[in-house]
Design a protein around this ligand. Structure first.
Ligand SMILES: NC(=O)c1ccc[n+]([C@@H]2O[C@H](COP(=O)([O-])OP(=O)(O)OC[C@H]3O[C@@H](n4cnc5c(N)ncnc54)[C@H](O)[C@@H]3O)[C@@H](O)[C@H]2O)c1
Length: 356
């Protein structure tokens, strides 16, 4: 099978080398070739540069981000994306932003209670349908599937159905998650297990269910959602922090295994984001303690919480919005990110400047 045969039908046809050639030579002549017509790029790839009289290898088209094209970091036309935890919050923002950039989006969510070891109010089927409507408003195909990411059979059935209906699966975002606040020594076994099972095992099951569809097509973009709480310890949320640290290990291991199939695996790492996961008293109070302030004795108003956090954040915000996170996912899903895998993008308003 040739490299081109392995590419999905709608892959860009413009090969890769004109930008590299321009960078290698640094010459105005090379720039002229680029602007003169990208249609000639294929021909250029057959005339490699030399170094010490020896030809310099050039990557095949599916092993590079290719030539510079305006807006290529946000082009998702013709892509089919699956987003878990898409009924609301960060998952919804990613689903809608994918659609805004041209992708069809299948929104998966349990849309109901997940575990007693979850502080957030459960999402609803109506919220899932609202995500679907928002995607369709961009003229894209969409549907909502109620499924639990802890159930690999349900995920595999969803993968089969999506592939049958949409022809392929290009992008998967494993975003669904829960959070639970309780001191480590007070945690029940089931509470610890539920958080790990949902966030870490569920993310692994999402990859294991959908990646085989990408392997057969030799193309894929997998994006997992970790957290800055997977970058450092989190007082009173050890299971959550452990699950999000685990996601980094999972992501990097998957990147090692799946790279040979042209599948990239990366993490988006949000800081504190205004969603149902966070906007309640315990979470905001804990977040103040994370900034180094003494933990407040009583509840804070949202404005007090914002002000205290904003004072410690490089960009002067108390927290960021779901729509601040989704552009990072679009970029990682685009062809422009072809050579990024095993990597992380932190979107925090500046929290990440304080962590390794
Ligand atoms: N909000 C933040 O500050 C923040 C920060 C860092 C990371 N994150 C991560 O971002 C992701 C999205 O969080 P959010 O803030 O949008 O929360 P959210 O509670 O608004 O959304 C999470 C969605 O995931 C779904 N879900 C949870 N478990 C599921 C399961 N087993 N099967 C199917 N769906 C399930 C929920 O129903 C919900 O719709 C989570 O992984 C979270 O850990 C959030």
């Amino acid at each position: 099978m040739t490299t081109d045969e392995k590419k999905p039908d709608d892959e860009r046809s413009v090969p890769d080398t004109s930008r590299r050639r321009m960078i290698v030579s640094g010459s105005a002549a090379a720039a002229g070739i680029l602007f003169a017509g990208i249609a000639q790029a294929q021909q250029l790839s057959e005339a490699p540069q030399t170094m010490d009289g020896l030809p310099v290898p050039m990557p095949p088209a599916n092993k590079t981000a290719g030539p510079i094209v305006a807006g290529r970091d946000s082009k998702l036309q013709g892509r089919v994306a699956v987003v878990t935890g898409a009924a609301r919050g960060i998952g919804r923002a990613i689903a809608v932003e994918f659609a805004a950039n041209g992708a069809d989006v299948i929104a998966i969510d349990i849309a109901g209670p997940v575990s007693t070891a979850s502080n957030a109010v459960p999402a609803t089927p109506q919220e899932l349908e609202e995500t679907v409507s928002l995607v369709k408003a961009y003229g894209r195909r969409s549907e909502g599937i109620r499924a639990d990411i802890r159930d690999i059979h349900a995920l595999r059935a969803a993968a089969d159905r999506i592939e049958q209906r949409y022809g392929k699966i290009d992008i998967v975002v494993a975003n669904a998650g829960i959070q639970y606040w309780k001191p480590l020594l007070d945690l029940q076994d089931a509470e610890w297990s539920d958080v790990i099972d949902n966030n870490l095992n569920g993310t692994a099951k999402t990859i294991r269910a959908f990646a085989p569809k990408m392997v057969t097509r030799n193309y894929g973009r997998i994006i997992v959602v970790s957290s800055m709480q997977g970058r450092h310890g989190t007082r009173n949320a050890a299971a959550y922090a452990a699950s999000k640290w685990g996601i980094f290990g999972l992501m990097k291991s998957a990147a090692l295994e799946l790279g040979r199939y042209n599948i990239t695996v990366n993490a988006v790492v949000p800081g504190l984001v205004a969603t149902a996961l966070t906007l309640y008293d315990t979470r905001l109070t804990e977040s103040i303690a994370e900034t180094g302030y003494h933990k407040p004795n009583g509840p804070l108003t949202p404005q007090e919480a914002w002000d205290r956090r904003a004072a410690t954040m490089p960009l002067g915000v108390g927290w960021v919005q779901p729509e601040d996170i989704s552009p990072a996912a679009v970029y990682l899903a685009s062809d422009a990110a072809a050579m990024i895998t095993g990597s992380e993008i932190e979107v925090t308003g500046g929290d990440s400047a304080k962590s390794l």
